[in-house]
Ligand binder design. Structure first.
Ligand SMILES: [Zn+2]
Length: 283
């Protein structure tokens, strides 16, 4: 009696743990795909992808032939696992052969140069030879060369004028000010109307909350422009933009003109705050 009770508790616990693990894997899968590709696509492509199928076999049988493509995963054999048709290494997705050009293309959209592109991709995806492929792509790209060589000036292109209000928005943070506050400015590129939020905390979550309030009033923009500040490009912020169909345009350090509208506005605010503080006035 006691034994069977124990067994029940054990299997129930085991079941709960496996549910949690399953849930966690789903979570990891969903969040690892931050770019404009869906898990469905990878999942569908996987059965026809020779590389992934070989790798799945290696993982499932724990056999790692040395001559195969999957050789590089041998060292990581304790870290890779299969979930549905997807192979993961920790929370990093091993990308099918067919999907790699698309991943590279998306990662290259903002022309961040070799180092930064590798950094961005390493956090979310991997495949054998990824570093070489990134290098090949970026060494032949003119704009990326300019980023790596800031002595050359990028041509200044005028900011495109959107057709409707709140279609394109810019966002920037200024601070901290002497009282510890930050100012979040979200500006509409059509009307140049700014939304200004004073914030005590600038975690991604706090920023997202403020953005939700702003977008609830004005509607969701199609494009948002920000600089590369960590809380602007965090996983959480990126997920929020993706989930709401907002295209996130990051501005490179050597090409700040693109977010110039909001940055100029922030400089003006910063000046006002400083002046008010100097005169001991409340702002
Ligand atoms: Zn480039």
């Amino acid at each position: 009696m006691e034994e069977s009770y124990c067994k029940n508790v054990y299997s129930q616990e085991k079941c709960e743990i496996s549910n949690i693990t399953e849930g966690y894997m789903d979570y990891v899968c969903e969040n690892a795909v931050t770019m404009a590709m869906t898990l469905d696509q990878i999942d569908k492509e996987s059965p026809q992808d020779k590389f992934i199928q070989e790798l799945i076999k290696c993982i499932q049988h724990d056999e790692w032939p040395k001559h195969q493509n999957s050789k590089m995963f041998y060292k990581l054999r304790n870290e890779v696992y299969v979930h549905n048709n997807i192979v993961l290494r920790g929370n990093i997705i091993v990308i099918t052969q067919g999907h790699r050009p698309k991943v590279l293309q998306i990662a290259h959209e903002t022309h961040q140069g070799i180092v930064k592109t590798k950094q961005i991709l390493r956090e979310i995806v991997c495949w054998p030879g990824i570093d070489n492929e990134i290098e090949m792509l970026i060494k032949t790209c003119f704009q990326c060369q300019l980023v790596s060589n800031p002595s050359q000036q990028l041509p200044i292109t005028p900011t495109e004028l959107p057709e409707t209000p709140w279609q394109i928005a810019g966002m920037d943070l200024t601070g901290p000010f002497p009282g510890g506050e930050y100012i979040l400015v979200v500006i509409d590129y059509y009307s140049r109307y700014p939304e200004v939020e004073i914030m005590k905390s600038i975690t991604s979550r706090c920023i997202i909350q403020r953005l939700m309030q702003i977008f609830a009033t004005h509607g969701l923009p199609s494009v948002i422009k920000t600089d590369n500040a960590p809380n602007m490009v965090s996983q959480e912020t990126t997920n929020f933009f993706t989930a709401n169909g907002i295209k996130h345009q990051r501005v490179t350090p050597y090409y700040p003109q693109a977010a110039g509208l909001v940055e100029n506005f922030n400089k003006t605010i910063a000046k006002c705050v400083k002046t008010a503080n100097n005169r001991k006035k409340k702002w």
